[in-house]
Design a protein around this ligand. Structure first.
Ligand code: ADP
Length: 497
């Protein structure tokens, strides 16, 4: 964005490319009018003059002047009276009063009544130049603010996204057309009214409260999604809502900005993509399983004897196909969850028994790697509202990873504790750990940390994305702490029932 503000240039009145700065001189002294006109015309201003306030006011009624040099002491209408009328007709005109000899009181009085500055007789061309330059700078600043406001207003009004601003008393300060459409507001302008008159959605109102309560040293964008019915057919639209506080120089919250985006099309596309992946992986998994079975028949020599060389080749092929089956199963699980194809039935569950079952299930694998798999004594835990199979899958994935990424002789501990309104399950290991810069990547699909130590572990990079998706569908959260070479702790928190 280029800055339109230019320094006032006394010698060139056509600074902004629009018009020359117009100046009206209202003074009954012909000599003063003459000197001022000569000097200002030479500097490039568009100068007009009036011999008394009556004529001056007539001219002001006809056209707009940027600056008026107004003598205070004139026969007929006084300068002060004229000042009042000018301010009424053109509040943005800058009035500089010309005061008589040693009449400072008059000047002060005129400034109290809205004059911008004064110049006392007798004055030199330099005095006049200074006071007019100051006036021009003032006009430019005001113009810049107005231009900026107009630019921002036009931009906001033409955005496809909805934008609304409130002040810190939750009064609407701005709302563009898109926002009014999103909240289905018709009729009178909501500007100046409480935000609750405009927005009915409790999630958005809570976000505004939260943004306003955010301490000055913290800045976080609040995100959520809401569903609104739109159009004559009442079709549902998914709207992404973001809310942030805006602040003054001292970081005090001045109000909030709420932005809304229609993400229905994106969500639909994402769902179609997931459905497609689910369909493809399902179709692939069937034939792959059958190839696997046939390999097994040959390997078990049920179809005749095989040589050592053939066994070696077939075993390698069998392992590769097994990995593909595993991949397609995990892809299918994830895609099903993402597309919402499977309904997640929830029940009141005691996580303690699931933890114990999972420990027993994974014990043989841990023992085969000489890893001590332990259950940390559990406190009394409230039940959670969750899907049993999902919870088993979460724990199974985390324990499998802990065993896979811990060298022989290590330790894996599982446990659970209460944290506020959540029950949190923990899986800790003394394994390879995860580099800090990769910690937020491991929940992405197919992401695998590649180090000398993890390179040999077979995996798909889909376990943690599945875990994360399950946790999200249960309104919970997952966290990981890890130190390279020291081990990792995964914590999954599910709301207590
Ligand atoms: P994978 O099938 O590769 O195990 P995941 O999605 O379960 O896929 O995990 C992603 C990556 O995160 C893994 O490849 C591994 O590098 C890292 N990771 C997961 N759990 C652990 C752990 N307990 N210790 C060290 N690294 C881990």
């Amino acid at each position: 964005m280029t800055d339109t503000h230019q320094q006032p240039q006394p010698g060139n009145a056509c600074v902004d490319g629009f018009q020359k700065t117009s100046v009206l001189i209202v003074d009954d002294e012909e000599r003063i009018r003459h000197v001022c006109t000569q000097m200002l015309t030479k500097e490039g201003y568009d100068v007009a003059q009036a011999a008394n306030a009556d004529i001056g006011l007539e001219m002001v009624a006809q056209r707009h002047f940027d600056i008026i040099l107004l003598d205070l002491l004139m026969p007929g209408i006084s300068g002060l009276e004229a000042l009042e009328q000018i301010r009424e007709m053109h509040p943005d005109t800058v009035v500089i009063v010309i005061t008589g000899y040693a009449t400072l009181d008059h000047a002060v009085n005129a400034m109290k009544n809205g004059a911008f500055d004064f110049v006392s007789k007798p004055f030199s061309p330099q005095d006049l130049r200074i006071v007019v330059s100051k006036a021009i700078e003032h006009i430019r600043t005001l113009q810049d603010i107005t231009n900026e406001k107009s630019r921002v207003r036009t931009m906001i009004n033409h955005l496809a996204g909805g934008v609304m601003a409130t002040d810190n008393c939750k009064v609407v300060a701005l709302a563009n057309h898109a926002f009014l459409n999103f909240v289905d507001h018709r009729g009178e302008t909501p500007i100046g009214r409480p935000v609750t008159d405009l927005v009915k959605d409790q999630k958005i109102l809570a976000m505004i409260d939260q943004a306003l309560a955010m301490p000055g040293d913290q800045f976080a964008e609040l995100n959520d999604e809401i569903t609104v019915a739109s159009g004559a057919d009442g079709e549902e639209r998914i709207i992404e809502v973001r809310c942030v506080p805006f602040r003054d120089r001292l970081d005090r919250n001045l109000g909030t900005i709420t932005v809304m985006h229609d993400v229905t099309a994106l969500k639909r596309m994402d769902q179609m993509k997931s459905e497609f992946v689910a369909m493809v992986s399902h179709e692939i998994r069937g034939p792959l399983n059958s190839v696997l079975m046939q390999h097994k028949v040959i390997l078990d020599e049920l179809a005749g004897e095989i040589t050592e060389k053939q066994r070696e080749i077939l075993t390698r092929a069998y392992d590769k196909i097994s990995a593909l089956v595993e991949l397609s199963t995990e892809l299918l699980d994830l895609a099903k969850m993402e597309s919402g194809l499977i309904a997640v039935d929830k029940e009141r569950l005691q996580l303690a028994s699931i933890l114990e079952d999972q420990l027993a299930f994974h014990l043989p694998k841990a023992q085969s790697k000489s890893i001590a798999l332990e259950l940390i004594p559990l406190p009394e835990l409230p039940p959670v509202l969750a899907n049993r199979r999902n919870m088993e899958e979460v724990l199974s994935n985390l324990i499998t990873n802990a065993i896979n990424y811990t060298p022989e002789g290590g330790r894996v501990a599982i446990g659970a504790e209460i944290d506020g309104l959540f029950v949190c399950m923990k899986v800790s290991d003394t394994g390879y750990g995860i580099p800090k810069e990769e910690l937020d990547q491991i929940f992405k699909r197919f992401y695998r940390v590649k180090t000398e130590k993890t390179r040999l572990v077979i995996g798909t990079g889909l376990g943690l994305p599945i875990v994360k998706k399950i946790v999200e569908t249960h309104n919970g959260h997952i966290q990981v702490q890890s130190e390279e070479g020291q081990g990792s702790t995964f914590t999954v928190c599910i709301p207590a029932a």
